[in-house]
Write a protein that binds this ligand. Structure first.
Ligand code: MN
Length: 128
């Protein structure tokens, strides 16, 4: 079974690009466009990994990560923050909020799949 990645991202262009890259690498992608929807969809679909944009409207990525970590159903689900390169403090804040790791924007299409693969392997999940 393909690994399922929930992408929580409010920017349509970024969402399209990340979805395209991950599907190309054999992942099944589930999309959410804001934090509240992301949490609800995560509970409904139980993804293998969550890719979480930090800059989201209303509820930011830190709040989403904090809420996900309060739910033991997600104890073994890697939550990877997508942070802006310019925002130096974002990475530390993301880890403090419960994120497993982070990727910097812009997403590198050549390495994002292998990066996620590492987190999935560490969580005991195979990609396909
Ligand atoms: Mn955003």
């Amino acid at each position: 079974m393909k690994a399922r990645v929930l992408v929580i991202e409010d920017n349509e262009q970024n969402l399209y690009l990340i979805t395209f890259i991950l599907e190309h690498h054999g992942y099944q992608v589930i999309q959410a466009r804001d934090g509240k929807a992301g949490i609800q969809i995560a509970k409904e679909t139980r993804p293998d990994l969550i890719l979480l944009d930090i800059q989201l409207p209303e509820m930011d990525g830190y709040a989403v990560a904090t809420l996900l970590r309060e739910d033991s159903d997600f104890d073994h689900v890697p939550v990877i923050a997508v942070t802006s390169y310019a925002m130096v403090g974002d990475r530390e804040k993301a880890i403090e909020a419960g994120c497993t790791g982070y990727l910097e924007k812009p997403i590198n299409p050549d390495t994002v799949a292998s990066e996620l693969e590492k987190y999935l392997a560490a969580a005991g999940k195979r990609r396909i």
